[in-house]
Design a protein around this ligand. Sequence first.
Ligand code: ATP
Ligand code: MG
Length: 569
Amino acid sequence: MRFSKMLVPTLRDVPAEAEVVSHQLLLRAGFMRKSTGGMYSYLPMAWRVLKKIENIVREEMDASGAQEIMMPIMQPAEIWQESGRWGAYGAEMIRLKDRHNREYCLGPTHEEMVTTLIKGDVRSYRQLPLHVYQIQDKFRDERRPRFGLMRSRDFIMEDGYSFDRDEAGLDVAYKTMYDAYTRVFNRCGLKFRPVEADSGAIGGSGSHEFMVIADSGEAEIVYCNDCDYAANVEKAELHTIKTADEAALPLEKVETPHCKTIAEVCEFLKLPVEKSVKAVAYDSDKGLILCFVRGDHEVNEVKVINAVGATEVEMAAEESLAKAGTVGGYMGPVGIDLDKATVVVDQSVMEMHNVCCGANEEGYHMINVNPGRDFKPSIVTDIRLIQAGDPCPHCGGKVSKARGIEVGQVFKLFTKYSKAMNATYLDENGKENPMVMGCYGIGVSRTMAATIEQNNDKDGMIWPVAIAPFHVVVVPVNTKDAESTAKAEEIYENLRKAGVEVVIDDRNERPGVKFKDADLIGYPLRVVVGPKTLAAGNIEVKARRTGEVRMLPVTEDYVAAIKEWLQAL
Ligand code: ATP
Ligand code: MG
């Protein structure tokens, strides 16, 4: 390609709206332009990268026995009503009506669509297992679209769905996809980690997320320093902390003026924070939820949602607290009417003795509270958020925290959709059974952004060869010098004919401008052709990632040398 003819509108300045480096560089390097909030047009450079990621995904999916299909983006409301998700999906779903006033959505995902499709044509055990996938734009009206392609409202996803006769079949499909996704992200050149993920109401260890390790990641993961345990913090389980036995003292209400935070209360009462219990309250579709954890612990919202079976929670309003007979800053489990609020208490709190907690009255706390004696919760379970230094749930070693970008997820659905939507098959004995399903997704456009997050420096992007938009840029440094310019054209032609993906920066620009753009776009190799080096019989080739420079004699097989170098990068 000739750079002078390409639509690569590079910018000199960092666009003000972009906070993370991938967003900044995608705009600056002329890879994409914003259309409206969370929606982007991909320009040729980005589109080439996306196609390459898609092709890696396609190759690995096909090699795993999955078959590519394409389903409509627009989906009728009826199938979502059938699964029960038309209401549950909430504001994230983009809904629209046709001229007959029938309701539709733009697919945020395709479980309903694919289940409807497959149940129409698959009737017998002989047709299973089956795995279909597609690569397509998905639409989610995210509450906070941000960070460019990391969280957009229109994004490219590979979504696959497996159908099996039984759970043993699903286990095989799941493992096959886990391995295929691992290969995909390895081939993309990413540093990533599969982690145990929350599988919501379905529970169990039925899901993994593939996390690209990056400080800009929105997800938090924990990993064990001693074994291979790794999990999303949302999911990471914790064992109960046992506390030494103590004689129960009489319950007492004490005045704690102006002590709203747990730190202030403990300071005032001269109590260690491990002797206190703190509260977090949520309003939800299941009513008010009052959660209690040890004073120095944090509440894990996802665990609370799963424990209560809620779909959505938000911080409780003061009036909800008032209705349940409590008040912000002084909430406690003692005396709460369980008909007015669901009281969820962390398992470790139940082991504590003589603790301090709010008295449900402005300016007062209770001391010598003994769980069991002084209150009975609605639910006792693990609702604590894991922290760095906590014991690993598998081996007891210490866990560390890191940030990650979720680029993919694999999920055992079991019979959630097949039962709700009546997707059955007849087994060997002519008996009807629900199909056992799995679903698998890769964020293709987010993967491009994640790659940039991991591969950049102050000058721009540094593409791994496998998904670079082009492999080589040839830069004639002096367009007024006919001889070296002609040589650059010849080198460009030779590389092109040999199948190297190459650009010639034939613009009538100063060398400094061309070098800056080459670094910004991040081609793995840059070939500089100028009168001086040519006079010495050489071309100068520089690797973007390492900065290594090699002088290659023009009289020798520089094409082979460049190809070899690309292979080694
Ligand atoms: P997140 O937790 O980041 O919102 P998710 O778990 O809701 O993502 P999935 O339903 O698992 O997303 O979708 C599969 C993949 O699609 C994700 O792993 C991610 O790579 C990608 N993806 C999801 N939402 C977005 C988005 N808003 N923008 C870009 N990619 C996305
Ligand atoms: Mg996910």
